[in-house]
Design a protein around this ligand. Structure first.
Ligand SMILES: [Zn+2]
Length: 158
């Protein structure tokens, strides 16, 4: 069953090609209904900042978390994601070309130093981390593989 994206802003401006529906990874996920080329910006991430992390916030700095107002709250984590957050422009961008019907995901450890609540990953990637706890729990070689997609806050910790 397809569920129309809830956000007023998303329907009007950006996400005519996105749908939320039940995900094999977890709960509700965001899927594309058309091919997306790697150079496309998916949408701008807007929201209010808060000092408190929740399951749905995005860490932007030490003690600063963004409560996003749009579809980003439905994006699931994957250990082999197809999207990342470009913090310079605060947009979600593809890592590679994405085919129609794919679930869009990003790696939560590219934004969160320590997740508010860890969880068991169901992404089924061959190199799945298993338990997702946050950036500070990753080993250095794994962090190096994420380096192009890390938030400025996490990059500055290296
Ligand atoms: Zn995984």
């Amino acid at each position: 069953m397809l569920i129309t994206v809830i956000s007023y802003r998303c329907i009007l401006t950006l996400n005519y090609f996105l749908r939320t529906k039940t995900s094999n990874i977890d709960g509700i996920g965001v899927f594309t209904v058309q091919e997306i080329s790697q150079d496309k910006e998916l949408f701008k991430i807007i929201g209010k900042t808060t000092p408190h992390a929740t399951k749905y916030t995005i860490q932007v700095d030490a003690g600063i978390h963004l409560t996003a107002l749009d579809t980003i709250v439905h994006f699931n984590h994957s250990c082999v994601p197809n999207c990342f957050i470009d913090f310079k422009n605060m947009v979600l961008k593809p890592i590679r070309n994405i085919t129609s019907g794919e679930e869009l995901t990003f790696h939560y450890c590219t934004t969160e130093l320590e997740l508010e609540s860890s969880f068991k990953c169901n992404c089924l990637a061959s190199n799945c981390l298993g338990e997702i706890k946050g950036f500070k729990f990753l080993d250095r070689s794994y962090i190096d593989s994420l380096r192009p997609y890390l938030s400025p806050f996490l990059s500055d910790l290296l």
